[in-house]
Design a protein around this ligand. Structure first.
Ligand code: PLP
Length: 368
């Protein structure tokens, strides 16, 4: 029997008491070949390193300023094919896209309303829906190639007009792609639903809706972009939400005034000014992806890859064993244990060709 008479701490909101927090195995990753979080595996542009070296103590002492950053993003988007004419008030700044996701749910998701999404998909959407007390309708990808469940999504939109539709395009972890015109058609068909397209990995497919989106015609469309995965700023936390100015305003209302820090801002300016660095990195990842897929096929290993800088592998041995063996030689991958439809595989991020050669040299002997 416990003699502890100390009072219990107060309960949180009911939805939070039931919440299973999103947790990711983030510790102890330094010095390893990190193929577990789909990050840039070689780091950001030298211009970013220079900007950080030039960062002054005065800049550390004052609150951040965001002047010009939205314009810099828009200029970069235009350079990369986005339709011109977007205005700075159509860009929201967030402490990573994770914070943008959180803000969307806080601004738009009420208890009892529905998040429509797909399964399996990025793991942070569900806890955000959960903390608002929302219901989640997650429609599975279809068949062995994990096709986008387009007609089921169309039916759900028409039948239930959910509050939010979240599409990860290309999808993490299946790589499933949905052409931009179909994303826009979904938004046009459901004007009372906020349709959020998470384009974190679009640089690897070119499927972005931004070149063709018209936020006047479809004001319910919101697009996420990040400098984490291609530009190599994951550790600094900066992400963007792009859409109709009124939607961006609503989503920005629920964040703190200085959630994006000055160091991230300085790095973002430098990264956005060096698109050729990002283009070269993306091109190398695509070469490495082809090389890896060929090597897996030659070895008779089951794998799945579509869009994105990652692929799925079904090893002969239990995933936990493979994970541990790779970790022993300094290589991290991500187990997909417990994920619907892909339980039993692991996800490996694609780095450079030489990094993938190192991965294959460690992985293939485990298949014998
Ligand atoms: C699909 C997707 N969205 C959002 C995020 C979070 O991005 P950020 O690092 O910009 O918060 C990730 C990170 O893994 C992701 O895979």
């Amino acid at each position: 029997m416990s003699l502890d008479k100390s009072p219990a701490p107060p309960s949180a909101r009911a939805a939070v008491e039931q919440l299973k927090a999103y947790s990711a195995p983030l510790e102890g990753r330094r010095q390893m070949l990190r193929l577990d979080f789909n990050e840039n595996t070689i780091g950001p542009s030298p211009l970013v390193a220079q900007a950080l070296r030039n960062f002054s103590t005065e800049e550390i002492a004052v609150y951040p300023e965001y002047d010009g950053l939205r314009d810099a993003l828009l200029k970069n988007l235009e350079e990369t094919g986005c339709r011109p004419g977007l205005k700075p008030d159509q860009v929201g700044l967030f402490n990573g896209v994770d914070a943008a996701i959180h803000a969307v749910f806080q601004a738009y998701g009420d208890a009892g309303e529905t998040l429509l999404t797909t399964a399996p998909t990025f793991g942070y959407y569900s806890p955000c829906a959960g903390m608002q007390g929302m219901t989640i309708e997650a429609i599975p990808y279809e068949g062995e190639s994990y096709d986008f469940p387009l007609s089921a999504i169309q039916e759900a939109l028409a039948a239930r007009a959910p509050r939010l539709l979240l599409i990860c395009n290309p999808n993490n972890p299946t790589g499933t792609r949905l052409p931009a015109d179909q994303v826009i058609a979904l938004a046009a068909s459901a004007p009372s639903t906020l349709v959020v397209v998470d384009e974190l990995y679009e640089a690897f497919t070119g499927d972005s809706v931004l070149p063709s989106a018209d936020f006047t015609a479809t004001p319910n469309l919101l697009v996420f972009r990040s400098l984490a995965k291609t530009a190599g700023l994951a550790g600094l936390r900066i992400g963007f939400a792009i859409g109709h100015a009124d939607v961006v305003d609503r989503v920005s209302r629920v964040t703190g005034p200085y959630d994006v820090n000055s160091v991230a801002v300085a790095a973002a300016f430098a990264a956005l000014a060096d698109q050729s660095y990002v283009d070269a990195y993306v091109a190398e990842v695509l070469r490495a992806r082809d090389w890896t897929l060929q090597a897996l096929q030659d070895a008779g290993v089951r794998s799945h890859c579509d869009g994105g800088n990652y692929l799925l592998i079904w090893p002969q041995r239990p995933v936990a064993e493979v994970d541990a063996a790779l970790r022993k030689v300094g290589i991290l991958v991500r187990s997909m244990a417990g994920k619907p439809l892909i339980d039993g595989c692991f996800r490996v991020s694609i780095g450079t060709t030489s990094q993938m050669q190192r991965f294959m040299e460690a992985f293939l002997p485990l298949e014998q």
